[in-house]
Design a binder for this molecule. Structure first.
Ligand SMILES: Nc1ncnc2c1ncn2[C@@H]1O[C@H](COP(=O)(O)OP(=O)(O)O)[C@@H](O)[C@H]1O
Ligand SMILES: [Mg+2]
Length: 141
């Protein structure tokens, strides 16, 4: 997928998530950053749908981790926004999630604990323009 990408509405953000789904191998880790309301969860909705998940995707702000079964793969959706300490994430079995060969991990507010992400993680950032339009950028090396 090429970056940056313009997003004029939530549907366009979901479409970008669907596009990325086709490019992610098992074991992939995606970190999402951007302000509250930027569209990170919209992006994950598209990602889950693109992987074949037919259910409802909601923000794991309070529950920390949602699991979406998508055919042979599982999408693990986390949100670090309310996490006070990295230990809380490790206690979820974080290391096992990262090692699952059929798992894909996507993390909102990944930049709060960047040291938890493997170096090969795809780091994406949503920027809100004053016009309300969003831009999806890639911060990975
Ligand atoms: N271009 C856009 N891309 C994504 N979301 C948008 C866009 N324009 C408006 N929105 C709205 O902004 C909100 C984004 O919410 P959400 O995806 O939950 O943000 P975040 O997870 O980053 O806090 C949604 O209500 C969505 O409808
Ligand atoms: Mg969100």
């Amino acid at each position: 997928m090429d970056f940056p990408r313009e997003c004029r509405n939530p549907g366009a953000m979901q479409a970008l998530g669907r596009d990325l789904a086709g490019e992610l191998a098992g074991g992939a880790v995606v970190g999402l950053d951007g302000d509250l309301g930027a569209g990170k969860t919209e992006f994950v909705k598209g990602l889950a749908a693109g992987m074949g998940f037919g259910g409802v995707v909601t923000s794991p702000t309070f529950t920390l981790l949602h699991e979406y079964e998508a055919g042979a793969r599982t999408l693990y959706h986390l949100d670090f926004y309310r996490v006070g300490h990295g230990e809380e994430i490790l206690a979820l079995g974080w290391d096992e999630l990262l090692e699952e060969p059929t798992g894909v991990v996507v993390v909102e507010w990944a930049g709060k604990f960047p040291e938890l992400l493997p170096p090969e993680a795809l780091r994406l950032r949503v920027e809100m323009q004053p016009s309300g339009e969003r831009q999806l950028l890639c911060d990975s090396a």
